[in-house]
Design a protein around this ligand. Structure first.
Ligand SMILES: [Zn+2]
Length: 322
């Protein structure tokens, strides 16, 4: 099994697309062969970073990767050969959305704490689906749900594919050849998840009865963790929206004003106090997501090519001891 791309890129699996891109750029710059001539270790790392990013570069690729990871963790990696047995039930809407009127739990760093975890695995990585007592509900399914800032703000109907165990129709869970005596079979269905407006990053939607079914027909829940993909330069931190803004060295040192685009599309002027440092933050009330605060984080802009005048000025600075 190849390295986990999230781990290679130093981001958590629930990182936003923008965070992934930012981390990739930073690492790629750091380990770029041009910067590390003749350094074989750096070159290997650079290739690893490229390969990892290639897997989760676009939302589409990332969805596929996450889905594959989810499937292999659900059924054990050896079960891939049965993919053709999936049944596709298309439930474009109708009654299912009533079930899906969402239940948001509070947000937090670990939205799943206190909830029964999903599938139980044995030592070979296969789910222990047959060792559950007969009266037990099926396992929960946990998955991220990716939204753009706009989708989260206005609310959205999201198509979502789940692959889950359902009670076998042929034997009503008693076990037959069709279900290989499991009493349950795998089915993939497409559902539509109705996300109400104002969904918060890292909040959890619990869709009752949309998890795995056990052989007795009792289903667990589907737990969807909302990931709101902040745009380039923005990220989430414990429910707060952070926006990184590049500031020139002279503005950092001398202070000044910078202009930023807020998530709502407004242009806002931010005061940079003298002697600021990269990483300093200023909180703007009401300018964040859905009227919440926006934390502006100053980062030192990387100087591009210096003009002769700038070079002369820097030289004079160095002569002065700075
Ligand atoms: Zn059966």
């Amino acid at each position: 099994m190849a390295e986990d791309p999230y781990r290679v890129l130093g981001v958590s699996p629930d990182a936003t697309d923008a965070e992934i891109k930012r981390s990739y750029r930073k690492l790629a710059r750091q380990h770029h062969p041009d910067r590390n001539p003749g350094d074989a270790a750096s070159e290997g790392r650079f290739k690893e970073i490229q390969a990892a990013y290639d897997k989760i570069e676009t939302p589409e690729k990332r969805r596929k990767f996450d889905e594959q990871k989810r499937l292999s963790s659900m059924f054990g990696s050896g079960a891939g050969g049965n993919v053709g047995d999936f049944e596709f039930n298309f439930n474009g809407g109708g009654g299912i959305e009533d079930i899906l009127s969402s239940f948001f739990s509070g947000r937090g760093n670990n939205p799943f704490s206190g909830q029964s975890s999903g599938t139980i695995f044995d030592q070979t990585g296969r789910p222990r689906q047959n060792q559950q007592p007969k009266s037990q509900k099926g396992a929960n399914i946990e998955s991220p749900l990716d939204l753009t800032l706009e989708e989260a703000l206005s609310g959205v109907k999201k198509p979502f594919t789940i692959s889950r165990r359902k009670r076998c129709d042929s034997c009503k869970g008693r076990g037959c050849n069709k279900c290989e005596r499991q009493g349950v079979v795998r089915k993939t269905s497409q559902i539509t998840v109705t996300v109400p407006s104002g969904a918060e990053h890292a909040s959890v939607m619990r869709l009752k009865g949309m998890g795995h079914e056990s052989a007795n027909g009792l289903a667990g829940d589907l737990l969807l963790t909302v990931r709101i993909d902040a745009d380039e330069g923005r990220s989430w931190e414990g429910g707060r929206l952070i926006q990184q803004v590049e500031v020139s060295y002279s503005t950092m040192m001398l202070g000044g004003k910078i202009r930023i685009h807020t998530p709502a599309g407004k242009i806002v002027e931010v005061e940079v106090p003298p002697n600021s440092r990269s990483g300093d933050r200023r909180r703007l009330r009401g300018q964040g997501y859905n009227g919440g605060p926006l934390d502006v984080e100053l980062t030192l802009s990387e100087s591009s090519e210096l003009t002769p005048e700038q070079e002369a000025a820097l030289q004079a600075l160095r002569d002065s001891g700075l």
